[in-house]
Design a protein around this ligand. Structure first.
Ligand code: ADP
Ligand code: MG
Length: 446
């Protein structure tokens, strides 16, 4: 917005032109030095208007962007339809796919551009970028560790993609540790075309080795040994090594000391679970990349409920979109809840409220909730009421005053009396104890 304002001011753009052309512009992507700008509101039939916008605004927009951001760039205008048609190319506009034999097992979407940086991963991100910019000069090995679905593989591919883009001749080998293990086993058995000699050639004639999920190698004697030699060979020859793992080097109990100290001599960096803001930013990024258009409230709903795994976060978005396409319905809160019920509700602990307790207790004793909170003093009502008080005390965070208020405006000494009465009776009355247990289970299943 700042750029748009400045453009208008510096270049005397009239209000009408501004509203027609400049205001609807939106940045779709920034990649290296190419900024892709969507010309919202222009239809496919009016495609020739891109030429007009190019002639009239492209240069001054580039200048203004540079003035505001200190970032010299090349602006490319596209129509909104272009993004839907081919969002992968819109996401990486300037760069043709990397053509290197080493990019075969790399996901080209896993780049630094598509990686959202938050407090949980900023250290890992910075170290990865440093390694990508100058392999074997900074942190060697770089050891990235963290839980499932938090972005380790994404960062490793980003490093590899970055190096190959900068230097298509670089020999950058990304492997999972399963693949490493399987190839080694095949080599030893010499069953497949690859022999032990070829195996060593393959893993030693490279500039960068990225080995993902190393925990699968640790403890497998032969594989671990071979990896140790590969590691040493590459390291001694100033080649970059990047390792990922689900835990830090020091947590590998069976890891030989010599390997552990090798892992630790570079830089171990961790990725932890993202906070709410980062989860929202990841959802927005994903939404933008896939060309979805999802209400902010729905994104908030997802970010609030899915906390510990980014793969699931993305999965939620895909599920909702698929669901709405399948049933040809808009994405509303109800649709989102329905589409995500498997993902969200089962492991959600529902919060116990005073009202739930009153409802459950009254039902159990064949009363009405109104009876519990009434002023009636007959035993059939007083006893369940006291049980409800007791359960509220132990199953909710509500202070006594609040419980009292919810239970027909009773003061907190009345509530305390009820609680103590039940607690005392439970000492000697097995029946009451089991009633309480049953009620607890009804209130909070599982
Ligand atoms: P890990 O290897 O740690 O299990 P992945 O790298 O496979 O996790 O990440 C799981 C999914 O989440 C991938 O699709 C990845 O692109 C995405 N992801 C993880 N971290 C981020 C991030 N910071 N920004 C954007 N996407 C992310
Ligand atoms: Mg992974």
């Amino acid at each position: 917005e700042e750029i748009k304002e400045k453009l208008k001011e510096d270049h005397d753009i009239t209000n009408v032109s501004y509203k027609t052309w400049i205001q609807p512009m939106q940045v779709a992507d920034v990649d290296n030095n190419t900024v892709t700008v969507v010309l919202n509101g222009i239809e496919e039939e009016q495609r020739q208007l891109i030429d007009f916008v190019n002639k009239k605004y492209r240069f001054i927009l580039q200048v203004t962007i540079e003035e505001v951001t200190d970032f010299a760039c090349n602006v490319v205008f596209v129509l909104p339809g272009d993004l839907e048609k081919n969002h992968t190319s819109a996401a990486e506009p300037s760069s043709a796919p990397i053509s290197s034999p080493y990019s075969a097992n790399l996901n080209q979407k896993y780049t630094f551009d598509t990686f959202v940086v938050g407090p949980n991963n900023k250290f890992a991100h910075a170290a990865s970028l440093a390694v990508a910019e100058s392999p074997a000069e900074r942190y060697n090995p770089l050891f990235i560790y963290g839980g499932v679905g938090l972005g380790k593989t994404h960062l490793m591919h980003a490093i590899a993609n970055f190096i190959l883009r900068n230097n298509p001749d670089a020999r950058v080998l990304y492997v999972t540790s399963e693949k490493f293990t399987n190839e080694l086993i095949d080599a030893i058995r010499n069953k497949n075309s690859i022999s032990t000699f070829e195996f060593r050639e393959k893993y030693r004639n490279i500039d960068v080795l990225l080995i993902d999920d190393i925990q699968f190698i640790i403890g497998k004697e032969g594989t671990q040994e071979e990896f140790f030699h590969t590691f040493n060979f590459l390291h001694d020859n100033q080649k970059q090594i990047v390792i990922s793992s689900d835990k830090p080097p020091k947590a590998f109990e069976t890891l030989e000391e010599r390997l552990r100290s090798r892992f630790e001599m570079g830089l171990p960096v961790d990725i932890s679970a993202p906070d709410y803001e980062t989860r929202m930013a990841i959802l927005r990024k994903k939404e933008e990349m896939e060309g979805y258009n999802i209400d902010n409230e729905i994104l908030k709903y997802i970010a609030t409920n899915i906390k510990s795994n980014i793969r699931e976060l993305e999965g939620a978005l895909t599920k909702i979109t698929a669901y709405s396409k399948l049933y040809k319905t808009d994405i509303t809160q109800e649709v989102a809840e329905e589409a995500l019920k498997d993902l969200i509700s089962p492991n959600q602990v529902k919060e116990v409220t005073v009202d739930t307790i009153i409802d459950t207790v009254s039902e159990h004793f064949h009363l009405k909730p109104a009876d519990i909170i009434s002023q009636k003093r007959n035993k059939e009502v007083v006893f369940p009421r006291q049980i409800a008080m007791y359960l509220c005390r132990y199953m909710t965070e509500s202070p006594l005053q609040m419980i009292g208020k919810a239970m027909g405006n009773r003061d907190h000494t009345t509530i305390l009396h009820g609680i103590e009465k039940i607690a005392g009776e439970m000492q000697e009355n097995e029946n009451l104890k089991s009633t309480i247990d049953i009620l607890k289970k009804k209130i909070m299943p599982g």
